[in-house]
Design a protein around this ligand. Structure first.
Ligand SMILES: [Zn+2]
Ligand SMILES: [Zn+2]
Length: 347
């Protein structure tokens, strides 16, 4: 079968003919219908984030149809439409048993540590293939597996409750999912903070109050707009020390700052004024859980979550098109998502 793979770090991905995977015990073979191209793939190609042994097929946002089942899998799963939870876990270690599977000691990620979805087929453990509700699109489900799921996990970690105020620092793809999810979870008011006017316009279309941090002090403005009380839940998805600091500084009494952006340097907080004196909390958020995916798929099915503005572009399984997409993501901020349709490629 055809796969588009990372062969050399820092070089364009290449098409290779690879053996068709065959599903082992408790595994299913999935014919890929949609594979999202993610900003993380740019980091893998550039060597900024280490991957497993090369060559490696990238792609961790995958949806498709079960075409073969291995031993120990219900035969009725044949033909089922599924999306794939990208974390492969052992299910047995201390973290897996505690339901903290993203810290599995044997954990691997598809499209990073083992072959992923820039291919015609993929074989994955049965339990990683999550059934799709009828009527949802493969494209939206594929993309949902990554940034939307991470936004959801972060808001759940922050224990967002109905009636609370939310501030989302970063109105890109993840922020846009976060706004919709915060509404579903009962947020009373949502502020979106960014420096790019087009992103703020998009956030406003989803009902958030836009705050342009390029022309104002977001912390002062958030305090003013909450009558000096501050925010209940702030979510940082940019990965900058400054915005992390602002996410903490804008909290009110009992406020929770959920940090999901990956920053390369530390940030400072004033422990008494900003944390102890308010009994505020700061929480790190890493990935998401398999159990969160069916909930998101229900939201999608119910039309409460809409990713049609996110998935805007489809390409075939061709290295030139995929590399071009990665170049675009590298040079411009990837607000929108491109999805690969392997079936559209020449055989
Ligand atoms: Zn991703
Ligand atoms: Zn484990």
């Amino acid at each position: 079968m055809k796969a588009v793979r990372l062969v050399n770090i820092g070089k364009p991905l290449e098409a290779q003919d690879v053996p068709m995977p065959s599903p082992g015990d408790k595994e299913v073979l999935v014919r890929i219908k949609a594979a999202g191209v993610c900003h993380s793939d740019v980091h893998y190609r550039a060597g900024k984030s280490p991957v497993g042994e090369l060559p490696q097929t990238l792609g961790h946002e995958v949806a498709g149809i079960i075409e073969k089942v291995g031993r120990g899998v219900e035969p009725r799963r044949l033909g089922e439409s599924v999306c794939i939870h990208y974390l492969l876990t052992c299910g047995e270690c201390v973290y897996c048993r505690q339901g903290r599977e993203q810290f599995c000691i044997k954990g691997r990620m598809i499209g990073k540590h083992c072959d992923g979805g820039f291919a015609e087929y993929i074989s994955v453990p049965d339990r990683n293939a999550v059934p799709l509700p009828k009527g949802v699109s493969f494209d939206q489900c594929a993309v949902l597996m990554c940034s939307t799921a991470t936004a959801f996990h972060a808001l759940r970690k922050a224990c967002l409750a109905a009636g609370e105020t939310v501030a989302i620092f970063g109105a890109g793809g993840l922020g846009m999912s976060a706004i919709q999810l915060a509404w579903i979870m009962g947020a009373e008011t949502i502020f979106a903070i960014d420096i790019q006017p087009h992103k703020l316009t998009a956030a406003e279309a989803y009902g958030a109050i836009p705050i342009n941090a390029a022309t104002s002090d977001p912390v002062a403005l958030l305090m003013e707009k909450t009558q000096g009380r501050g925010i209940d839940v702030s979510l940082e998805v940019i990965g900058l020390p400054l915005t992390m600091q602002q996410a903490v500084q804008s909290l009110g009494v009992f406020g929770r700052a959920a940090l999901a952006g990956i920053a390369e340097s530390p940030f400072k907080i004033h422990s008494y004024q900003e944390l102890l004196g308010k009994e505020a909390q700061i929480m790190g958020c890493s990935d998401h859980l398999l159990s969160e995916l069916p909930i998101l798929l229900s939201f999608l099915k119910q039309g409460r979550l809409d990713l049609s503005h996110v998935v805007t572009h489809t390409i075939s399984l061709e290295p030139a098109a995929i590399n071009q997409t990665l170049d675009e993501l590298q040079h411009f901020d990837g607000h929108v998502r491109t999805v690969i349709h392997p079936a559209d490629s020449a055989a």
